[in-house]
Design a protein around this ligand. Structure first.
Ligand code: PMP
Length: 401
């Protein structure tokens, strides 16, 4: 059965990679870019770059308009109440660090921060370091056999001392949607702040931050087919009002004196210095492109490809999946084969997949694995990409076993 992608030609890099004999299946790490984004970047740079929010001149006004239009597009993409709730950062990682520093004053020694056992280092280490700075307790929610947070355990671990819950929406290792509604509900009963790491989740389907009801939601543009060096922090108004600025400098200030200063509210108060202007404008163009696609068709395509991937893996001996992936990716190990050896042989055959701990070292340790191979899909992949992967996998395993 063939599963073609109707959107493949919209991404010029896919054909370029094919000419280099490369099959790109590392989309959870970063994605290829649509022509619409390349056009927007060329247009911006070819027509006059200018800094935003400060210049009176015409190029500055154009850049500021395009920049703020993009903020509105991001707000609409997430169904945020207004564009003032969208803060641009340099990535999901810097958004999470902003939160861990900007919320620091709200914690007292002994307070608890709750994360899950599968968090990416970006959603673990900022909280771990905050806990160390403020003598807080970091509580780890265990997983069930499928890789979902164990809700029966969470009921006991999210309690009156919980001040914040930080949880990923879709795991970058296990490919499972976490039971967010239940977990956010438990945190809210305790009046705890809630942070959702949407780095992987935002790429699959449309998500409504108001319906989700979290205080903060973060993602990186580059995983959502957008430019790199750019992240998004959405915050509920009440939560943003209590967030302290983390970085200081130009543009975030209301009034500066030699010995004290006053700062702007969100979003500009959290955007010190020159932002990644072209990337912000490019993300807006990427979202325009994505908004034109039939979302149901994209979801159906992604589900069909994922099913094809899982079936192919299940048909081969000795392959052990991590968890029970629901979408987008599958991580696996092969009995008796080191993941680095397998990765090496796949790389030699032009298959771009990821091997290792996937920035979730504690999860890997708890699974007693040195690492795993991860195949991750995007809307431009097709079944031929997976066929090439399976052929390379069979050849590699013949050599290694
Ligand atoms: N969270 C998750 C679940 C991720 O997969 C990633 C990227 N691998 C991040 C956070 C961090 O994103 P970035 O490196 O773009 O800041």
């Amino acid at each position: 059965m063939m599963i073609p992608s109707p959107w493949r030609a919209d991404f010029p890099a896919i054909a370029a990679l094919q000419r280099q004999d490369q099959t790109y299946l590392d989309n959870a790490a970063t994605t290829q870019k649509p022509q619409a984004l390349l056009d927007a970047l060329t247009h911006y740079y070819a027509n006059g770059a200018a800094n935003v929010h400060r210049a009176q001149h015409l190029p500055g006004a154009h850049a500021t308009q395009a920049f703020e239009d993009s903020r509105l597009k991001v707000a609409q993409w997430l169904n945020a109440g207004d564009s003032g709730q969208i803060v641009f950062t340099h990535g999901a990682t810097s958004a999470l660090n902003l939160l861990a520093y900007g919320l620091e004053q709200q914690f007292q020694p002994g307070d608890e921060i709750v994360v899950s056992a599968l968090e990416h280092h970006a959603n673990l280490l900022p909280w771990q370091q905050l806990a160390q700075r403020r003598q807080l307790k970091l509580v780890i929610l265990p997983l069930d056999a499928d890789g979902l947070v164990d809700l029966a355990a969470a009921v006991h671990l999210i309690g009156p001392r919980t001040r914040l819950l930080a949880i990923s929406q879709l795991s970058n290792v296990l490919g499972v949607w976490q039971p967010l509604t239940a977990l956010l509900g438990m945190a809210k009963v305790q009046n705890a702040l809630t942070v959702v790491d949407g780095a992987q989740g935002v790429v699959h389907g449309r998500h409504d931050v108001q319906a989700l009801g979290c205080d903060f939601y973060v993602f990186s543009s580059h995983k959502l087919y957008g430019p790199d060096g750019l992240g998004v922090l959405y915050g509920r108004n009440a939560a943003l009002e209590r967030l302290q600025p983390w970085q200081f400098g130009g543009e975030m200030v209301l009034e500066a004196n030699y010995h004290d200063s006053r700062f702007r509210p969100a979003p500009l108060g959290f955007e010190a210095g020159t932002p990644p202007i072209a990337s912000v404008i490019g993300l807006g163009a990427t979202l325009d492109y994505l908004a034109r696609l039939d979302q149901d068709a994209v979801s159906a395509h992604e589900a069909a490809l994922h099913d094809y991937l899982l079936r192919g893996l299940a048909a081969r001996n000795g392959i052990r999946l991590l968890g029970k992936p629901q979408l987008a990716l599958a991580s696996f190990v092969v009995d008796g084969v080191h993941n680095a050896d397998l990765a090496h042989l796949l790389t030699e055959q032009g298959i771009a997949v990821r091997a290792g701990h996937h920035c979730a070292m504690p999860l890997m340790k708890s699974l007693e694995l040195a690492g795993a191979i991860r195949v991750s899909l995007a809307l431009y992949n097709d079944s031929q990409d997976l066929e090439r992967f399976f052929e390379a996998l069979d050849q590699a395993l013949e050599l290694l076993r």
